[in-house]
Design a protein around this ligand. Structure first.
Ligand SMILES: Nc1ncnc2c1ncn2[C@@H]1O[C@H](COP(=O)(O)OP(=O)(O)O)[C@@H](O)[C@H]1O
Ligand SMILES: [Mg+2]
Length: 300
């Protein structure tokens, strides 16, 4: 393991490693393969004037310390541009099915193509879909508990983008490919978190006016609570409601959260190399994490 105070390494992606452009999602990205590595990686450019690359890295490290399954992320550079790189988990005969595919199979009338305001994407529908797609109740429970962990991770990092193509199931194909083992895919795409879209001037104002909590509570998540809501609740509010309705499913996530020390959160942020993140962004990110952490500790 690397030194916990060293800056994170930066992967230099070589042009000859590029294999494929990823068509899904909205930003520019491509898959590559380092011949010395045993997996494909997805290079993602941050949108201009955002911290999507450092948000991806910090989110993955936060998931790591919590012991929540997630795709591995490194800071990366390609042709002089900075970005993040995510290791593919769809390998070794494993195929990814997105949440919208699962919900289309299992929830009558679910529209898998709806990109915005998909209010059928509720926690209740996701859990019902899992109950239907897994043959054994034990496997459904495991997937639901893992998804609850992702919801708690989202609340901690302020990820407002857990829409139906930002989680999925992995199917390990066996034998002739007709049978397969299903399980929830590791958490991925945490680019829309940690106030990554804010300009420093706004960050400074939120900090000065003590309104980081207000910023977080105004966030609109992509998992809805009920189908008749206009907007999804903030990721934090989703967990507040979910813990009351599904206490058993959220208990393991609560234990993971309780097991970490708050100081580790600022250490994770400190390891982003100095010129990759401004000091305003660092202070704001730590304040956001600490606000969410203290709120979550009271809830779960
Ligand atoms: N670690 C991964 N392993 C396998 N497939 C992935 C992984 N990360 C992303 N993908 C696939 O690539 C798509 C786009 O990646 P994502 O990180 O969601 O980018 P964007 O921020 O543009 O939405 C995902 O919807 C998923 O299909
Ligand atoms: Mg995505």
């Amino acid at each position: 393991m690397s030194d916990m105070s060293e800056p994170y390494p930066i992967v230099e992606v070589k042009p000859k490693w590029v294999i494929d452009r990823e068509d899904m999602g909205t930003k520019t990205k491509f898959w590559y393969r380092d011949p010395d590595a045993d997996a494909n990686w997805l290079f993602k450019y941050p949108r201009p004037n955002t911290g999507e690359h450092w948000a991806e890295k910090i989110a993955a490290e936060v998931a790591s310390v919590l012991g929540i399954r997630h795709a591995k992320v490194e800071l990366a550079q390609f042709e002089g541009d900075r970005g993040s790189a995510t290791e593919s988990f769809a390998r070794g005969g494993r195929a990814l099915y997105h949440g919208n595919e699962l919900l289309e199979w299992t929830i009558g009338g679910y529209n898998p193509k709806k990109k915005f305001r998909q209010s059928e994407h509720t926690l209740a529908n996701i859990f019902a879909g899992m109950d239907r797609v897994f043959a054994k109740p034990k496997d459904a429970s495991r997937a639901k508990r893992t998804l609850a962990e992702y919801a708690v991770l989202d609340a901690l990092i302020g990820n407002t983008d857990r829409h139906h193509e930002n989680w999925g199931l992995l199917r390990r194909l066996e034998g002739n490919g007709l049978r397969g083992i299903l399980f929830l895919a590791p958490s991925f795409d945490h680019a829309t978190s940690l106030g990554r879209e804010l300009l420093d001037e706004r960050r400074d104002r939120f900090l000065k006016e003590n309104r980081v909590g207000g910023y977080v509570e105004k966030g609109r998540g992509a998992i809805y609570w009920s189908e008749d809501e206009r907007h999804g609740p903030s990721p934090l509010e989703l967990v507040r409601r979910a813990v009351r309705t599904y206490p058993d499913l959220f208990r393991p996530a609560g234990l993971k959260l309780a097991a970490i020390d708050e100081h580790i959160l600022s250490q994770i942020v400190d390891r982003i190399p100095s010129d990759w993140m401004t000091s305003s962004a660092r202070v704001f990110t730590v304040a956001l994490l600490c606000y969410n952490y203290s709120q979550l500790k009271e809830i779960v």
